[in-house]
Design a protein around this ligand. Structure first.
Ligand SMILES: [Mg+2]
Length: 113
């Protein structure tokens, strides 16, 4: 019997699964990032995966289908649903220390910029 997955991971699209460079075009989602399929496939073995994006849902689903990732994804949402983890290129992990976080905010940059 296959073990039931209990934990959900919300994964951002732009800058995580694709080659987003910071120039947003609402009608075009950049091509898949190298290694993204393997990454998703491995996480899928243990977690429920949802795509967390503000992009148009239909466009996003088409993109997932284009790269054969749809079979690993339970849903596409722009709502912060209950999840065990978020994977995002634009976030700061809250460490419990506001001063530290304030400094991280001031010095933040994405990995691609
Ligand atoms: Mg992003």
């Amino acid at each position: 019997m296959k073990k039931k997955k209990l934990k959900t991971i919300l994964i951002d699209l732009d800058g995580v699964l694709n080659n987003y460079n910071g120039k947003f075009d609402e009608n075009f989602i950049p091509e898949i990032r190298e290694g993204a399929e393997k990454f998703i496939k491995e996480l899928y073995e243990h977690y429920i995966i949802k795509i967390f994006t503000t992009r148009n849902k239909i466009l996003t689903v088409k993109w997932l289908m284009k790269y054969h990732l749809d079979k690993y994804i339970k849903d596409v949402t722009s709502i912060k649903e209950p999840a065990w983890l978020h994977i995002d290129d634009r976030c700061i992990n809250f460490c419990g220390n506001y001063n530290e976080v304030t400094e991280k905010v001031a010095n933040f940059s994405t990995w691609y910029n």
